[in-house]
Every structure is written in structure tokens, then in C-alpha cells.
Ligand binder design. Structure first.
Ligand SMILES: Nc1nc2c(c(=O)[nH]1)N[C@H]1C(S)=C(S)[C@@H](COP(=O)(O)O)O[C@H]1N2
Ligand SMILES: [Mo]
Length: 201
């Protein structure tokens, strides 16, 4: 019997009835660091967030402009495909839907590709980003993100495996057809639902 199994939180249910800890996952209290390649060097005075693709008007936000948007917070669990989960993460940042509202998305847009400094990309269906839990976040449990966790800003899509939460985010692209991102091209699932174990495609 492992220590992980005896944590009572792993038996909790979510409001939607699904077990809080997805199948095949185990709880960690630490926060592992996982990424491909090097941590990109970012200068906040040159940092930009591009919102582009199938939109009526593209937007390019500076760090000051991003921080002037309505800020909000959320509490969520994260689930890495390598089987660790971390519960009760408190995040501060801006909701995806508030960013989407800045550009007027065209009706033919069906998916989003998140782009990171350093070249990483990941794809998510647009309808699944409409909930308030999906954000671009700069703060975790009251502290600014550290460079290895995505400073200054990362995506957060907590209902999908954590590889869908792009660190060092620099762009949000609206596209019509689903298009594989970095790990998806190496065989990770196009969708990535932890509760149905959509680990590999
Ligand atoms: N830019 C970028 N974002 C990324 C990755 C990456 O390689 N590059 N890896 C993803 C994967 S596989 C995981 S599990 C999480 C890990 O985030 P963490 O290091 O903050 O735990 O970041 C995701 N976001
Ligand atoms: Mo991962």
C-alpha cells in the first residue's frame, strides 16, 4: 500500500461527479519541473503577447497592457501525463475568455494553438477554453512564477493534462482545424483528458 493511496484527498469527488484524482495519477506536494529545451531568456520591456489568427482584429499586448486587463484568481488541480498530480493550486492572472473578447473571434475558429518563447506549441479545442478556470497566469500560491515554471506568464488549462498549459507564453492563435503542437507531434494525445486517460494518440 503506497503512501499516495492513503491521502484522503485522492478519494474526493469533483462537482461533476468524477473522482478528483484522475485514474493512473498520484498526488505530490512538490511541484516538479518539466519542459523540453532551455528556459528562454525574457526581457519584460520586450515581452509581448500576440493574439492572432481567425480574429477580426489582432492584438499585441505589452506587459503593462496585459497587467491592466481585469485580473482574477482561481483554485485548481494539475495533472501531468507523467502521473503526478498537484492539488489546490491558487492562481492569479487573466481569464482566457477576457483575452478572447479583445479580438472578436471569427465563427470558423474551432481550435487554439498556444505559442511559447522558445518555440513550444500546444493545441486545445476552443469550446473547452470558455470556462473561468482557463487562464493566463503570472502568480502561483501568491508568488510570481519562477523562471522554470513559466515566468512571466503561462497558460493554464487545468481540465486537460498539464502539457496543454504552455509556459513562457507569447501567443494565442485561433485556427479552424486542429493542428498538433510540440508534444502532440511526438505522439501525445490531441485532446488530453486526464479522466479518460487520453495520454497518447
Ligand atoms: N513552453 C513550454 N511549456 C510547457 C512545456 C515545455 O516543454 N515548454 N512542457 C509542458 C509539460 S509536458 C508539462 S508537464 C508542464 C510542466 O510545467 P511545470 O514545469 O511548471 O510543472 O509544462 C508544459 N508546458
Ligand atoms: Mo508533461
Amino acid at each position: 500500500m503506497s503512501l499516495f493511496r492513503s491521502d484522503p484527498r485522492s478519494q474526493e469527488a469533483r462537482p461533476d461527479g468524477r473522482r478528483r484524482l484522475p485514474p493512473g495519477q498520484r498526488l505530490t506536494d512538490g511541484w516538479p519541473v518539466l519542459h523540453y529545451g532551455n528556459i528562454p531568456k525574457i526581457d519584460l520591456s520586450e515581452w509581448r503577447l500576440h493574439i492572432f489568427g481567425l480574429v477580426e482584429e489582432e492584438k499585441v499586448l505589452t506587459w503593462e497592457e496585459f497587467n491592466a486587463l481585469p485580473q482574477t484568481n482561481s483554485l485548481s488541480d494539475i495533472h501531468c501525463v507523467t502521473t503526478w498530480s498537484k492539488f489546490d493550486n491558487h492562481w492569479d492572472g487573466v481569464r482566457f475568455i477576457d483575452l478572447q473578447a479583445l479580438v472578436k473571434v471569427k465563427p470558423e475558429a474551432g481550435h487554439v494553438v498556444f505559442h511559447s518563447y522558445g518555440g513550444y506549441t500546444t493545441n486545445v479545442p476552443l469550446p473547452e477554453l470558455q470556462g473561468p478556470e482557463n487562464m493566463l497566469v503570472h502568480t502561483h500560491n501568491g508568488e510570481p512564477l519562477t523562471p522554470e515554471h513559466g515566468w512571466p506568464l503561462r497558460g493554464l488549462v487545468p481540465n486537460l493534462y498539464f502539457w496543454k498549459s504552455a509556459k513562457w507564453i507569447r501567443g494565442i492563435e485561433f485556427v479552424a482545424q486542429d493542428r498538433p503542437g510540440f508534444w502532440e507531434m511526438y505522439g501525445y494525445h490531441m485532446h488530453g483528458d486526464p479522466w479518460t486517460e487520453e495520454r497518447y494518440g
